[in-house]
Design a protein around this ligand. Structure first.
Ligand code: ATP
Length: 830
C-alpha cells in the first residue's frame, strides 16, 4: 500500500490510496499494518563479530613476541617453557577478549536506549508513540526540533521549515507546502514531502506517512547506516602512548638483560626465555584496554543514575566539569506547573486545587475571559480528553498544561470552545518572542486574536484593559499599578503569564507587514504559576559547592522570579549576581568574560544567549556543562564541553548532546559528574598497580645479573606470576566502587597528568623495595640451603603474593589499606 511519487498526487488521492483520513487510523488498522510492514526502523550497522573480536586479540606485538618465544622453545625442545608461554598467550587473549567485549556490549546497550517518539493522530486522538511503531497511513504532527519519523506527504503546514542537510547536503531550511507538484522531481524539490531523519526547524505541520523503514529515502541510502566509529578519548590516547613508550623502554632493557646474561655465561635459551618473560611481565599491555573498560563501566554506572553518556569522551570530561549551566524549569524545578493566582483589574484570586469552583459565583467576566484565553491560546493537547480530568495525560509545554488545567476547573474545555470560536492561525510561543497568539473566528464571525505571554510584552502590546466586559483605556497610572502587581508576584517566585485579546482582528500575515498593529490589544489579566523546586535540588547544590563546581541558573523567566528561586536554592542572588538578556546583549564578549564569574542567574534570556555564556566561561579556562532541550539550544550544547540534553527535549538536542539526563533532573547531572570523577580515580588506580607491578621483576633480574647471582626466577615462573597478578586483579580494580571523598575535592584539572609526581615516587619505591627485598630473600635462602630450586620457589611465591596484597592498597590513593573494608570490592577477593 505504500505509494510512490505521492508528491504528484492530490491530498485526497493520497488519503484514498493509503486508506486513511485526517483523524488517523483505527487500532485495528494499525495492528494489521504493523504485521504487514514491520517496524519503522533501519537495519543496524555492522558490528564486529565475536570471532573477529577474538582474532583481533592476536594482533598485538606482545602476542607475536610470545609466539616467537614459544617457537624457539619448541625448536630447542624445551617443552615446559613452550607450554607455559602458550598458556600465557591464551590467557592474554582471553582476558583481552572478555574486557573488550564487555566494553562493546555496554556501549551497544547504551546506544539502544535512546528511543525516539513521534506525535501521531490515531482514532481522532493525538498521542506520542515509539517511532518504530509507525505505519503507512499514520497521521504525524510535526513540531520544531523533532526529526521526521518516516517519509510523509504534508497536508497541512504553517510556515513549516525543514533542514534536509542530512539527505540533500543543503543546510538552508526548506519551506514546505501542501500543493501537488508536477514532474519527476529530485528530493530537494519535493517541497510537499518530508523525509525520515530530517529535522523540523520552524513552524508546524501535519502529514501522512507514505513510506516507513527501509522503504524510506534514508533507508535506501546505505551509507547513512554505516557504523560511526567512536574516536579515542584524550585519556585513551594518552595512555596508549604511555604504554607504547614504556613498552619500547622495557624491550630495550630486556635486550640488554639478554646480551649481558648471555655474555656473562648464562645459556642462550635460559637468557632468551627469561628476557622474553620479563618483557611480557613488564609491558603494561592491559593499560589501554583497562581504560576503555573503566570508561564503559562508568557509562553503565551513570546510566543506573538515569543519565545516558552518548560519547565515551564525555564519561571522561565529566570529572573535570567546573561549571554547570542549567535551565531552571523542569531541571531545578519539577516542571509541574500550577496556576495559583489569577489577577484581573478588579479581582485577585489565590487558588488551591479546585477552589476556583467555590468562588465561581463571585467571579467577574474578566476572570473567566482570562481563563478562556489561557485555554484557547494554547498548544498543549490532552491525549484522553474524554477521561476523567484527574486521569488526563497532557502533552506539551508545562506552562500551557497548567492553563488547560486551570480552565478545566471552571468547566472550560478547548474542544467545546473551539466549536464556537475555531482557530484559524497561530503564532506559536518561542523563547525569543515570549508570547503566543492565535487567530479565531468569534461567535459573530468576526476575527479575534488571543494573546498570552510574558507580562511586559503583553502590556507593551495593550492599549486598554477589560473591566468585566467594559473596555477602559490603559492609562500610565494603571499601567504602573499593573506592573507593581506582577513584580510583587514575581518576587514570590511565581511565573507570570499575561493574557489579552484583540477584536476586529486581521490576518497574521497582514499584521506582520504592519508592526504598528501589534498594539491595540485589550489586557485582561495575569496568572501566577507555581513550579515547585525539586526536593533534592538544594542538597545537590550544596554538594556542588563542596566539590568546587559552580552552578549557573539560566531562565527565560522574569528577573524577580529568577532571583526569588535562586535565593531559595542558596545561589548568589544579589543584584550583581543577576544578568538580564537585554543587558547582556549590550555587552561585548570581553565585558561578558569579565563579569561571568560573578553571575549565577541569567534571566529573560533566549537560547541564543546560552552560546555566549558557554564561550565566556570557556574563555577563562573553565570546563562547562550546559543543559538544553530545544532546536535553538543545539549550538550551545555543541559548544559546551558537556552538552546535556534533557530526556523530554527535542531529538535535535539529544543528538547534539554528549549526555542525556533521562529524568530531566539536575541531581542526575551532578551524579554523572561524580561518576566521571570515579572514572579518573579508577584509571589512576589501575595505572599505579600495573606499573609498580611491572618494574619489580625487571629490577630483580637486572640486579641479580649485575651482581653475578644465578637467575632468581625462571621464565615460566615469571610468566605464571604475570598471569595471576596482571590480568585478573586488574579487571577487579576496574570495578572498584566510588570513594565518597571524590565529591569533597575540587574538579580534576583537564591537563592533570595521570601519573603525577606522588604516583611516580610510589611506583619507584614500590618496585625497588619489592624487587630488592625478594632478591635478598632469594639470596639468603640460596646461601643458607644451597638449594637453587628452593630459593627460586621462595622468590616466586613472594613476588606473586606481594602483588596480590599490594593491589588492595591500590584501591585508594586517599585512605590507608587498613581503613578500607576489604570486602567492598568482592571481585578483587575472588
Ligand atoms: P527556563 O529557562 O527556566 O526553562 P524557560 O526557558 O521555560 O525558562 P521561557 O519558556 O522562555 O522560559 O519563558 C519566558 C517567559 O515567557 C515566561 O516567564 C512566561 O512569562 C512566558 N511564557 C512561557 N511559556 C509561555 C507560553 N507557552 N505561552 C506564552 N508565554 C509563555
Amino acid at each position: 500500500m505504500s505509494i510512490q511519487k505521492s508528491y504528484n498526487l492530490t491530498q485526497i488521492k493520497v488519503f484514498e490510496l493509503l486508506k486513511t483520513r485526517k483523524f488517523g487510523l483505527t487500532g485495528k488498522e494499525v495492528t494489521a499494518r504493523q504485521k504487514k510492514y514491520g517496524q519503522n526502523s533501519l537495519p543496524e550497522g555492522h558490528r564486529a563479530s565475536r570471532l573477529i573480536l577474538l582474532l583481533n586479540q592476536f594482533k598485538s606485538s606482545l602476542v607475536y613476541i610470545l609466539l616467537g618465544a614459544a617457537g624457539i622453545s619448541l625448536l630447542l625442545e624445551s617443552f615446559v617453557d613452550m607450554y607455559v608461554i602458550l598458556s600465557a598467550v591464551i590467557v592474554n587473549v582471553i582476558v583481552g577478549y572478555v574486557q573488550e567485549s564487555r566494553a562493546m556490549k555496554a556501549m551497544e546497550k547504551l546506544r539502544r536506549i535512546v528511543q525516539f517518539q513521534a506525535l501521531v493522530v490515531r482514532n481522532g486522538e493525538e498521542k506520542n508513540i515509539n517511532v518504530k511503531d509507525l505505519v503507512p497511513g499514520d497521521i504525524v504532527v510535526l513540531e520544531p526540533g523533532y526529526k521526521i519519523p518516516a517519509d510523509i506527504r504534508f497536508f497541512d503546514t504553517v510556515n513549516l521549515r525543514i533542514n534536509e542537510a542530512r539527505l540533500t547536503g543543503e543546510s538552508h531550511p526548506v519551506t514546505k507546502t501542501t500543493k501537488p507538484l508536477t514532474g519527476d522531481l529530485v528530493l530537494a524539490d519535493r517541497t510537499n514531502m518530508g523525509f525520515m531523519g530530517t529535522v523540523v526547524v520552524g513552524g508546524s505541520g501535519r502529514g501522512v506517512v507514505c513510506q516507513t523503514g527501509t522503504e524510506t529515502e534514508l533507508g535506501q541510502i546505505a551509507q547513512m547506516i554505516k557504523d560511526t566509529k567512536e574516536e579515542k578519548t584524550p585519556l585513551q590516547e594518552r595512555l596508549s602512548s604511555l604504554s607504547k613508550l614504556l613498552g619500547g623502554m622495557i624491550l630495550l632493557i630486556c635486550l640488554f638483560i639478554f646480551a649481558f646474561g648471555y655474555f656473562a655465561g648464562h645459556g642462550f635459551l635460559e637468557m632468551f626465555t627469561t628476557s622474553v618473560a620479563i618483557a611480557v611481565a613488564a609491558i603494561p599491555e592491559g593499560l589501554a584496554v583497562a581504560v576503555t573498560v573503566i570508561l564503559a563501566i562508568g557509562m553503565q554506572r551513570i546510566l543506573k543514575h538515569k543519565a545516558l553518556v552518548r560519547k565515551l569522551v564525555a564519561a571522561e570530561t565529566l570529572g573535570s566539569t567546573t561549571v554547570i549551566c542549567t535551565d531552571k524549569t523542569g531541571t531545578l524545578t519539577e516542571g509541574e506547573m500550577k496556576v495559583v493566582r489569577v489577577i484581573t483589574n478588579n479581582q485577585d484570586f489565590e487558588t488551591h486545587e479546585d477552589k476556583f469552583r467555590t468562588h465561581l459565583k463571585e467571579t467577574g467576566a474578566s476572570f473567566i475571559k482570562a481563563l478562556e484565553i489561557g485555554v484557547l491560546c494554547n498548544d498543549a493537547h490532552i491525549e484522553n480528553e474524554y477521561s476523567d480530568i484527574k486521569d488526563w495525560v497532557i502533552f506539551g509545554n508545562p506552562t500551557e498544561k497548567a492553563l488547560i488545567l486551570a480552565g478545566s476547573q471552571v468547566g472550560l474545555n478547548r474542544s467545546n470552545l473551539e466549536k464556537v470560536t475555531p482557530r484559524i492561525d497561530t503564532v506559536p510561543f518561542t523563547s525569543e518572542r515570549k508570547f503566543m497568539m492565535t487567530l479565531h473566528h468569534d461567535k459573530k464571525d468576526n476575527k479575534v486574536i488571543y494573546l498570552k505571554g510574558a507580562p511586559e510584552k503583553v502590556l507593551e502590546m495593550s492599549d486598554s484593559i477589560d473591566v468585566d466586559g467594559k473596555i477602559e483605556k490603559l492609562t500610565p497610572a494603571k499601567l504602573e499599578k499593573l506592573k507593581k502587581r506582577y513584580e510583587l508576584l514575581s518576587n514570590k517566585g511565581l511565573r507570570i503569564i499575561a493574557l489579552a485579546y484583540r477584536s476586529r482582528a486581521i490576518d497574521f500575515t497582514k499584521m506582520i507587514e504592519s508592526p504598528g498593529l501589534y498594539e491595540q490589544f485589550v489586557f485582561v489579566g495575569f496568572m501566577g504559576i507555581k513550579d515547585p523546586l525539586r526536593k533534592e535540588t538544594k542538597e545537590t547544590i550544596d554538594l556542588c559547592k563542596k566539590s568546587g563546581i559552580k552552578i549557573v541558573m539560566i531562565t527565560g523567566d522574569h528577573k524577580l522570579t529568577a532571583q526569588a528561586i535562586a535565593n531559595e536554592l542558596g545561589l548568589p542572588a544579589k543584584a550583581e549576581n543577576v544578568l538580564e538578556g537585554a543587558e547582556m546583549s549590550k555587552m561585548n564578549n570581553t565585558q561578558l568574560q569579565e563579569r561571568v564569574k560573578k553571575i549565577s542567574v541569567y534571566a529573560r534570556v533566549t537560547p541564543k544567549d546560552k552560546l555566549r555564556i558557554v564561550d565566556a566561561w570557556q574563555a577563562i579556562g573553565e570546563v562547562v556543562a550546559m543543559t538544553g532541550d530545544g532546536v535553538n539550544d543545539a549550538p550551545a550544547l555543541r559548544a559546551a564541553d558537556i552538552g546535556v540534553a534533557v530526556g523530554s527535549g527535542t531529538d535535535i538536542a539529544k543528538e547534539t548532546a554528549s549526555l542525556i539526563i533521562l529524568d530531566d533532573n539536575f541531581k542526575t547531572i551532578v551524579e554523572a559528574v561524580r561518576q566521571g570523577r570515579v572514572v579518573f580515580d579508577n584509571i589512576r588506580k589501575v595505572v599505579l598497580y600495573l606499573l609498580s607491578d611491572s618494574f619489580s621483576e625487571v629490577i630483580m633480574i637486572s640486579v641479580s645479573l649485575l651482581l653475578g647471582f644465578p637467575l632468581p626466577l625462571l621464565a615460566a615462573q615469571i610468566l605464571w606470576i604475570n598471569l595471576v597478578t596482571d590480568g585478573f586483579p586488574d579487571i577487579a580494580l576496574t570495578l572498584e566502587p566510588p570513594e565518597k571523598a571524590v565529591m569533597e575535592e575540587p574538579p580534576i584539572r583537564r591537563d592533570e597528568p595521570i601519573v603525577n609526581n606522588e604516583m611516580k615516587i610510589l611506583i619507584g619505591v614500590i618496585s625497588l623495595v619489592t624487587g630488592l627485598v625478594t632478591l635478598g630473600l632469594f639470596y639468603f635462602f640460596y646461601k643458607a640451603t644451597d638449594d637453587l630450586d628452593l630459593a627460586r620457589t621462595i622468590a616466586f611465591v613472594s613476588v606473586g603474593i606481594d602483588s596480590l596484597l599490594y593491589v588492595f592498597s591500590c584501591r585508594s590513593l586517599r585512605t590507608s589499606i587498613f581503613k578500607k573494608n576489604p570486602f567492598s570490592n568482592i571481585y578483587l577477593i575472588i
